[in-house]
Design a binder for this molecule. Structure first.
Ligand SMILES: Cc1cc2nc3c(=O)[nH]c(=O)nc-3n(C[C@H](O)[C@H](O)[C@H](O)COP(=O)(O)OP(=O)(O)OC[C@H]3O[C@@H](n4cnc5c(N)ncnc54)[C@H](O)[C@@H]3O)c2cc1C
Length: 436
């Protein structure tokens, strides 16, 4: 840029990462004009309650929204809602984006915080022996999946009336919805193709404890059971066809089989993209060294893989927020390595899971407490070093480990076994963190 005007920032995607990035820019003292574009009709809002309290009618709509209009106006942020960026081009200095409504947005700095879209299951067409399409759940009554407030608004009333609910996918969101449906009085079956629940994200010990907890509450959990497609009768989802040819009947089907990162715009820009997301470095910079990306749409190195290498995509509020902060710093010209401890929670009915660190590659797991009482923690170790905690109903353990990891410290495994000793008393110095 040769003129004196301030750099114009365009942030595409007005979700958790988008709002966090804008907030961080202003906290960093960056006063340049920002346009934040979101394709949903609502201003940025928090998603976690959508599969939990909101679904059960215990959380009002307005309280989900992060900020009112005045907040954006006061900070010189133009919020565009209900409009999607569909075309984008840039060179290093500047670029332009076009939206569905025909707007052109010129920018000097660009952030992609486009999140992810839910994977779909084929839907059998009635009276046709076809493979079915990947009909979006919104199109078939009784068939649901939750990503947005609109999805939750559609599901909530159906769930309250449902008698038989089938949840396809035993991940966090599927299990949260299953627990909610059970509390609302439905018969619930969870269908999971993997040999365990929460396959990608947690230790096998936690996955098994969670399965038992759901079964104790009357939910049926079918592992190693593949769903082929959604069965439709009289224009409504009526169940799920399984790989063994049988059909599980249901009046409400909820599909929670993971997400696909929204990388279309990154691909248009010629950025390096892999199936798990837009590839970024520790500062949230994409391959052109100018565009930043953060949240569910991005994949990058994470120091908490402790030398295992590879790229990680974390789908969590904490990650979206912290990576967005790194992205803001990079846009403001002060790139800094993003090295926050990953943390996550999941409320499955009355079962509260809290996790910090990444348990991948653990060679030892220490159990504190009693799995049967649903108050316990699993501490993961690799090469004698504490790498993660997974707690159920034990917030003190979770907080102690999170704090230890944040300070680069450890807790000796043999001492941690004694659940009568608070973990915070056992935190000790650890060897320096592996920088890879
Ligand atoms: C139902 C549910 C429950 C969850 N529960 C938890 C939980 O308990 N704990 C936890 O830590 N995490 C939870 N998560 C995960 C967490 O909410 C996500 O990781 C987080 O929202 C990711 O933020 P993001 O900004 O990357 O994506 P999003 O929040 O999805 O925001 C991306 C936004 O960009 C928009 N967008 C995409 N492309 C365009 C475009 N071209 N133009 C304009 N707008 C566009 C999208 O529509 C979306 O509004 C949950 C997620 C869901 C869906």
């Amino acid at each position: 840029m040769t003129d004196e005007r301030p750099a114009r920032t365009l942030v595409v995607g007005a979700g958790q990462a988008g709002i966090s990035l804008v907030t961080a820019l202003r906290e960093l003292g960056d006063t340049a004009p920002v346009v934040l574009v979101g394709d949903e009709p609502e201003p940025p809002y928090e998603r976690p309650p959508l599969s939990k309290s909101y679904l059960r009618g215990e959380h009002d709509r307005a309280s989900l929204v992060f900020h009112d209009e005045g907040w954006f106006a006061d900070r010189g942020v133009e919020l565009v809602t209900g409009d999607a960026v569909v075309g984008i081009e840039r060179d290093i200095a500047s670029g332009r984006a076009t939206t569905t409504s025909g707007r052109t947005l010129e920018f000097d700095r660009l952030a992609l915080t486009t999140g992810a879209a839910n994977r779909t299951l084929p839907v059998a067409e009635e009276h046709h022996e076809s493979e079915g399409g990947s009909a979006s759940p919104g199109a078939t009554p009784g068939l649901h999946s939750i990503r947005t407030l609109a999805d939750a608004d559609r599901l909530a009333p159906e769930l309250r009336r449902a008698r038989e609910v089938v949840v396809v996918g035993g991940g966090f969101i599927g299990l949260e919805i299953a627990a909610g449906a059970r509390l609302l009085g439905a018969d619930v079956t969870v269908v999971e193709v993997a040999p365990r629940l929460l396959d990608r994200a947690v230790s096998p010990e936690l996955a098994e404890a969670v399965r038992l907890a759901h079964e104790r509450r009357g939910t049926r959990v079918l592992l190693q059971t593949g769903a082929v497609r959604v069965v439709v009768e009289n224009g409504r989802a009526a169940g799920i066809e399984l790989t063994d040819g049988t059909t599980l009947p249901a009046d409400v089907v909820v599909v929670g089989i993971g997400v696909v990162p929204r990388t279309e715009l990154a691909a248009q820009l010629g950025l390096v993209v892999e199936p798990r997301g837009i590839v970024v470095d520790r500062s949230a910079l994409a391959s052109d060294g100018a565009t930043v990306a953060a949240g569910d749409c991005a994949v990058g190195p994470n120091p908490f893989r402790r030398g295992l290498g590879g790229l990680t995509r974390l789908e969590s509020v904490a990650h979206a927020t912290d990576q967005a902060r790194a992205a803001a710093a990079a846009l403001a010209g002060h790139p800094a390595a993003y090295d926050s401890v990953p943390w996550f929670w999941s409320d499955q009915g009355d079962l509260r899971l809290q996790m910090a660190g990444l348990p991948h590659g653990a060679d030892r797991t220490v159990l504190r407490g009693d799995v049967a009482t649903e108050r316990f923690s699993l501490l993961s170790y690799r090469d004698g070093l504490l790498i993660a905690v997974e707690s159920v109903g034990s917030p003190g353990d979770y907080l102690a480990v999170k704090r230890a990891l944040e300070k680069g410290m450890t807790i000796e495994a043999d001492a941690a076994v004694d659940a009568t000793v608070p973990l915070k008393r056992l935190i000790t110095e650890a060897p320096a963190r592996d920088p890879s």
